[in-house]
Design a binder for this molecule. Sequence first.
Ligand code: NAP
Length: 307
Amino acid sequence: MSAIFERVALIGLGLIGSSIAHAARRKGLAGEIVGYARSAQTRETAATLGFLDRVADNAAQAVEGADCVILCVPVGAIGAVTEQIAASLAPGAILSDVGSVKASVIAQALPHLPDSVQLIPAHPIAGTEKSGPESGFAELFDGRWCILTPLPDNDVDAVSRLRAFWEGLGSMVDIMDAAHHDRVLAVTSHVPHLIAYSIVGTASDLETVAESEVVKYSASGFRDFTRIAASDPTMWRDVFLHNKEATLEVLGRVTEDLFALQRAIRWGDGDALFERFSETRAIRRGIVEAGQDTARPDFGREKPPQA
Ligand code: NAP
């Protein structure tokens, strides 16, 4: 595949930033990939791992001359980082991001940008519970969706180029408006994470269950929540602070549904429970059929080594 951009600048070199670099190199999507992270340690690690062509000393220097800049930092840092780089962005450059919330990214970034820059927010629906530059890998986006939330006045060619870039990284691309994205992701990602954080906290607080038992018998459901609840605290704090309305709206619905299940259990309403569990089983089947997860038992996990 030929290069889509002459120079891509990545600000933030954690899981997502480093994975973009690995995946872009795999297909030769950029003439040059320049990167910057705020800590000297991350910059050194990136240089040692060698997934960039060049590590810059500061954010403004990193974006100079880049035709595509992608902010791979927590959602709460978007405003400050955009302010740092705005004056150094090349006229006509695309400024994108990978944040898990979109309306807030637009609200934070837009006031700092000159008219000559195309702000085209993006969100790859791909990740792991790992963080940092060592955790990235080229296959992260393969077969996963990436949602672009262009602005009404975006240049059509710029959107097409960013779309082609994400397709080159391995993603399937969808386009929607930012507010809709935030509502959809509140249901599919943000509230499920909140529930995982809550249930894992609750289990560890329960005095009647020893902590050793929580760990020992974790295979029966709890373990899958702990994987999600191990996700990066900074990233997820920012997700909830910046997608407040949609999260609270969905959480209200979840709370109502939990009360309905609680009531069905209290009154021995087996039909209600059976009906709800059959519906959810069909949703799981749909996800597997869409190729978004494996049908193998235990999510295809290898058995942990026996003690
Ligand atoms: P990560 O591995 O923790 O990396 C975050 C990067 O941002 C690091 O390079 C870090 O710099 C930098 N950073 C952190 N706080 C900053 C601040 N206040 N100002 C400037 N830079 C800062 O995180 P990630 O998983 O790549 O997530 C990055 C973005 O991708 C987030 O917006 C997240 O919502 C989105 N996202 C994540 C996932 C996922 O599953 N992880 C999936 C889709 C989208 P240092 O290394 O120097 O600390």
